[in-house]
Design a protein around this ligand. Sequence first.
Ligand code: PMP
Length: 399
Amino acid sequence: MTNIANFRRSRRASALNLSEIAHVSDAAEALRAAGKPVLTFGTGEPDFPTPVHVIEAAHQAALRGDTTYTSTQGTPALRQAVADQAGFETDPAEVLISTGAKQVLSNALLATVDPGDEVIVPAPYWTSYSDIIDFCEATLVSVPCPASSGFLLTPEALEMAITDKTRWLMLNSPGNPSGVMYSADQLRALADVLRRYPHVWILADEIYQHIAYVPFTSFRNAAPDLADRTLIVNGVSKAYAMTGWRIGWGIGPVPLIKAMTAIQGQSTSGACSVAQAASVAALTGPQDHLETRSTEFRARRDLVVQGLNAIDGLICPEPSGAFYVFPSCSGVFGQVTPQGKTIETDADYCSYLLDEALVALVPGRAFGLPGYFRLSYAYSKAELREGLRRIAAATAELK
Ligand code: PMP
């Protein structure tokens, strides 16, 4: 028998916890296994299939022999396609292809931060930001950006958060989980502050670029003069419904891209060859589905925002992009469930809804901003309507 008594996690591994999103999925799965009809609004992936021409391109690539290692930085064809569609001046030397945008984030931090370095992140933020920062032994500087400020980081709050130790500002627009989108003017106002602090780099995660209900501006276009310290992060997961293909990219100054490539070279090497070929087809093929899907997401957003705002105790701001809403639930705090339990936190409310309404949602504290919860509306309208009905009924039971 294996002796596991002497197993010891590294300090780095100990910093990682199972994400709250994974906890919620596990709890929902356990109920489902027990035969309960749970509705899960927890995950962040489009419910559409990958476009057929993309799948065909992958098939052809495999048949033609694109089945070997690629260059660590990514195939020339994909780096060229990424540069061509970026929407700003760049070239393939400034592009790194990784196994998902998530790996771009970890490459960037592993390549640049040392213990004690600070990374500023407006909250609410995607849960993995804080985990990756912890894993890289840097320090998260979370700046609360509540609904009252439109979930937006203000120039004043940014300036207050900057210290000598700041390495990065991580900005996510359109944002997960709030759906916030920064206008060109709002980005320029942040850039005005950043110009005064040349030691601060900007990581602009624009992975929801194509799921936008107001015009999208890339940070690179709002502040082209800061390009030499800006990393743009994007990928095919959300726009092309390709989460499982695991292709994302970073576009940034060559020295940063080289350092990130060196890190990736000792973990995964080049991303999957067939998935890179498929991504070329995604980026260079027909783009009409982007608009059709965005229109569908907008209709779902409207349905969900309206449904949640009709429930006493919830306030749901209207998001401008991505496929999440982030309503406040502090209006139900202090109320008592039929079982006699007082709802004191967003986590209490979400666990009540899971048990009573069989609806799985993620509490705001997982995103660094308690008092809210996240609902992903990348689900069919029928599921969303049923979910809203259940949330409304269970919330009405609170006294
Ligand atoms: N950034 C944000 C804000 C996300 O929500 C996600 C996926 N949930 C990612 C990056 C990672 O995307 P992927 O690794 O699938 O490319």
